[in-house]
Ligand binder design. Structure first.
Ligand SMILES: Nc1nc2c(c(=O)[nH]1)N[C@H]1C(S)=C(S)[C@@H](COP(=O)(O)OP(=O)(O)OC[C@H]3O[C@@H](n4cnc5c(N)ncnc54)[C@H](O)[C@@H]3O)O[C@H]1N2
Ligand code: MOO
Length: 404
């Protein structure tokens, strides 16, 4: 059962996971734009048109020829209206102006717009201020995007602004990566659903809500299985069942060294183990493998281990399965107080992140260390990432943080 890497460094384990996931890239599908939000783009997008598509006004006001302006105020003759929506191609002659609204095409012959509030109108005469610069309040065709520009790339996460950019280019559908289907299992004889009475020795299942929330926040639509008892046959049947129907199985608990920890054995016997145990704290007994068509991520059962391993390995896995190109952003903050790290593993410490008066981010580490202490996680708004190696960090030292 030990014919696989074990006790990996954090970065080594992430690299193995990314490599396996890349070999199981999910297929792509073409979706209507409205369904593309949060997906990973699987095509490059070349602009089929310019943006703005035509010169237009940035303000409500009066379009005119800059050459007509005198040093002081200039009286111009109002000869028509050009509203947004229909280009009426009303041409402008010397000494004339045309009423225009924001987004309306610039009338042929005009090159500048005076803002309505800065003008005085008397019948068909409009007095525009003299100090209006050439090209004022005009948005030029192609100043944002030129036709033929590569605007999005395969692997981009489709944020609202990116979907909206595609819409502004008239693109009605995009080829995107399929989203992984996910089965979620919590395991353990001690677990009871909230709402039911607890017998001595039992606890409520909190990992299911933690996991479902984390996965949903990452745009997944996970399916939760009923809690699994610590019975190897039942673990085997449930996992093999899910293995032929889902892209990803995420479990919590049952992956360390106890007599009732059956997941590593089941995976080794019926699937394939890619690694087991990572030099991280919490989350050390993390298990990663494949079973039938699914990748299996076995998260250690302590709640804070679930949090730290999902945010690191779980996210890396779903990103790689979907071919996401851009790494997730990383943040840095200054420690408010000194921090002693005594062990060699990479550590994830609950913390409170805030913006200091100098504009820099500061983080205060929680005093709680045990990975069972969920309350400290509920009070935290970030995990502090402390690199490998025992070290003392002074107050003010800059550390990586992962906002929660
Ligand atoms: N001899 C060893 N013991 C332990 C090791 C080890 O390497 N050798 N690793 C420790 C570490 S580190 C962790 S983390 C845990 C992980 O253990 P498992 O993944 O096997 O998880 P369980 O034993 O099933 O549970 C651990 C802990 O978490 C509670 N739990 C589990 N599931 C839930 C749930 N759904 N909701 C709430 N709480 C849950 C469970 O009752 C245990 O207290 O192992 C250490 N031991
Ligand atoms: O690594 Mo365990 O996840 O410390 O609690």
């Amino acid at each position: 059962m030990t014919d696989f890497p074990t006790g990996l460094l954090f970065d080594e384990a992430v690299a193995v996971l990314r490599d396996i996931a890349a070999r199981h890239r999910l297929e792509t599908e073409s979706l209507a734009l409205a369904r593309c939000h949060g997906r990973v783009l699987a095509q490059d997008l070349v602009a089929p048109m310019a943006l703005p598509p035509f010169d237009n006004s940035a303000m409500d006001g009066f379009a005119f020829r800059h050459g007509d302006l005198e040093d002081e105020e200039t009286a111009l003759r109002l000869v028509g209206e050009q509203f947004a929506g229909i280009a009426n191609n009303l041409a402008l002659q010397a000494g004339e102006c045309i009423r225009i609204t924001t987004g309306a095409p610039m009338p042929p012959g005009s090159d500048s717009v005076a803002i309505k509030e800065n003008c005085r109108i008397a019948g068909t005469t409009v007095i525009v201020p003299g100090a209006t610069p050439m090209g004022a309040n005009v948005r030029c065709a192609g100043e944002d995007v030129r036709e033929g520009d590569g605007v999005l790339r395969a692997g981009d996460l489709l944020t609202p602004a990116r979907v909206s950019l595609a819409a502004s280019l008239g693109v009605a559908s995009l080829r995107v990566s399929r989203k992984p289907t996910v089965a979620v299992f919590t395991t353990g004889d001690e677990l009871v659903e909230a709402g039911l009475p607890l017998a001595p020795g039992q606890i409520y299942d909190s990992n299911r809500d933690l996991l479902m929330g984390l996965l949903r926040a990452d745009g997944l639509e996970p399916t939760a299985w009923p809690r699994l008892p610590d019975d190897p046959k039942q673990v085997e049947i449930a996992l093999r069942d899910a293995g032929c129907a889902f892209d990803l199985i995420v479990t919590a608990g049952g992956v360390s060294a106890g007599e009732k920890d059956h997941l590593p054995g089941v995976l080794a016997e019926f699937g394939e183990t890619h690694f087991w145990k990572v030099k991280m704290k919490p989350g050390m007994p993390l298990l990663f493998g494949s079973l039938d068509q699914a990748r299996v991520l076995g998260l250690p059962g302590n709640p804070v281990s679930v949090l730290a391993t999902w945010l690191t390995f779980g996210r890396a896995l779903i990103d790689a399965l979907q071919g996401r190109r851009e790494p997730r952003p990383t943040w840095q903050a200054q420690l408010v107080a000194p921090l002693d790290k005594l062990h060699p593993r990479r550590e994830f410490i609950r913390g409170h992140l805030f913006s200091g008066s100098n504009g820099a981010l500061h983080v205060e580490a929680s005093a709680a260390t045990g990975s069972h202490r969920l309350r400290a996680a509920a009070d935290a708004n970030a995990l502090i990432v402390v690199p490998e190696g025992a070290q003392r960090y002074a107050a003010g030292a800059v550390v990586e943080v992962m906002p929660l």
